[in-house]
Design a protein around this ligand. Sequence first.
Ligand code: HPA
Ligand code: ZN
Length: 335
Amino acid sequence: MSIDDLIARLPKVELHCHLEGSVPAPTFIELAAGHGIELKTTDPEHVYDFFSFLEFLDLYYQVCDALATPADIERGVYDSLVHGKATGNLRYREMFFSPTNHSQVSYGQMVDAMVSGIKAAEADHGVSCRLIADINRRQSPQVAVQLVEAMIAHPSEYVIGLGIDDDEATGPPEMFVDAFTLAGRHGIRRTAHAGELGVAANVRTSLELLGCERIDHGYAMTRDPEVFAFARDSGVHFTGCWFVNNFHEGVFTEGVDPATTGLAQMIRAGLPVSLSTDDPTMIPTDLNAEYASVAATLGLDEAAVVGLARAAIDGSWADDSTKATLRAELDAAAR
Ligand code: HPA
Ligand code: ZN
């Protein structure tokens, strides 16, 4: 069996994927048309084209606008999970969503719609999902606190954590201590996008001041030995996104060797790292491609590939019995 065959067979867990970055292009185009949202093109091959991170975020906001009603959101979640299963043998995902980017629905409406989509995808395709509400760091710290208050007022067994995304330069982690502290007091698990394009110090701040148990991305810390040592010693789990990191570090445009990127260094150093797609219909990538490209670039053998898949289960916030099931399924497929 080739490594790629093994990768395709493994039932996978991903911990870093955004609802709004994982809506298949045809679904996005149809929903946008229904709401009179003007797109650059209605060609599904090009509707998600972007050339910079900020352009990507503008497009991401358009997807948020297209997911306007509870019915849109339920469909978006369902189509996203089915796409993950079809392209990457996705078995379980902890999925970010950006409640404060959806102005036409309340937090409670959004969660209820997402849960309906998750239940339908689970029944039809055997793919499970839990949710992480994401703060948009370009909005104010007050909006972030209000989001956490809404999470507390509308608890759901499906919503297991709080995250923060968007542009680190505009919204460094120290601005959001109040929201994360409130979440921690209410037993909500915490993670943060840090060190993606922002400075390495954002990784340390997210751990020390925000109480994060995971870091999303983290690549910048490979350029700061002190932060790197701090994060390594903390044992924190990193959700790595290979194609995103390659995009940011110039692999596609400047011919940078992918074996030298931040994420490549983190994997080689043996940190607790899992692989995820981030925004798989926009990038575009999928879970099989993430694993295959990492394996080929770093020369991983079968045991190392299975080790990456196991790291995702270890780093997840699923309950112990779910983790045991996921491990057993992984072991069975890896034999
Ligand atoms: N980083 C920052 N903002 C985002 C991301 C990301 O990976 N995905 C969607 N919004
Ligand atoms: Zn992300």
